[in-house]
Design a protein around this ligand. Sequence first.
Ligand SMILES: Cc1ncc(COP(=O)(O)O)c(C=O)c1O
Length: 391
Amino acid sequence: MTSFDFTPLLAPGLPPPAVKWTGFAKYNFIGGHNDAEQLPLDALVKAASDVLTREGRTLATYGLSSGPLGYARLREFLAQKLKRTADITCAADEILITSGSLQALDLVNGIFLAPGDTVIIEQATYQGALTRLARLGVHAVGIPLDGEGMRMDALADTLDELRDRAVRPKYIYTIPTVQNPTGTILSEVRRLELLRLAGEYGVPIFEDDCYADLIWDGRRPPALHAMSKNGGVIHIGSFSKSIAPALRVGYIVADWDLLARMLALKTDAGSGALEQMVLGEFCPAYFDAHVPELTRGLRKKLETLMDALNEQFGTAAEFEDPKGGIFLWVKLPDQVDTLKLFQPALAAGVAINPGPEWTTDKSYGKSRTRLCFANASHEAIRAGIATLAEV
Ligand SMILES: Cc1ncc(COP(=O)(O)O)c(C=O)c1O
């Protein structure tokens, strides 16, 4: 019954097929999974019950009773939360709820990018951003980072060079507040310089702030969106890192003119309503108490990971203590190729993210790896790093 051959009918240019999921590795340091122990389950159950009892009948309409931008109470929470934590002034109607911030990336890319375009991006960055750009046939120019985030001298040189070649980049994509994978926070001085350069060269900034709530000391500079004087910043965020990734709830903050363009591309008739309703009910009551607790737990796991690396690898594993988040960006000795290390490590039960998949410069990424410390238990972190050292 399975002899029908679909292959000759497939559309041209499809990405390679997905590999079948065979379960998580025993020692899982990949992806952006959260800490299951810290999930605020009781409060989420209560929120789900309360909101469904009160408003459940609105599920009979597409978009609840809130319209295509997403559940109104959630957008209202976000508008006041973004003001309080990131100094962003926006109305609830300048926020579009998306199916994870991955859909936000797709929508922003969708309204700006065509094959052959150029964008500027951090040299080490989110793999999901890089693969999207590659699939779109867009040239991604990487800017090196240091301990304070993207280097502004290198950005100025690149903008200059591109202008000399009459190339106007479509945007500068940055993860300024707890960068993925380096864990750096772009300082306020650099933020001002980034905004100045972006203004001078007429390039918008695409600010991805999905880790901004997970800072060890809770202090962050204002968002680029808040500091911009010309409105040339599109800001996105997510509940994946602060609450739970399986909920698939992210958002875009932008002027209505841009959101209107994105809405025209958002063909799913609204993101999942139940998770929006649950978050809209949960967040006003519990978000502020939950996040510092989660962050404290994550910091302890990071310490376990750094101790285990020091113990098992000694000076062979180099890293900076990140300012927050769920990742450690580790440099192994030059002769290690993490793309090659990946398979034997996995065979031994340890899943790691090879550096070249997270960088625009593959030689810079070669001996680096990104380790997520949020999901594994303290024991699994210690045992996994000991196994990785053996491999
Ligand atoms: C920088 C960055 N942006 C966006 C995403 C997408 O996350 P989500 O779609 O779960 O919101 C991730 C996930 O790891 C990320 O690291």
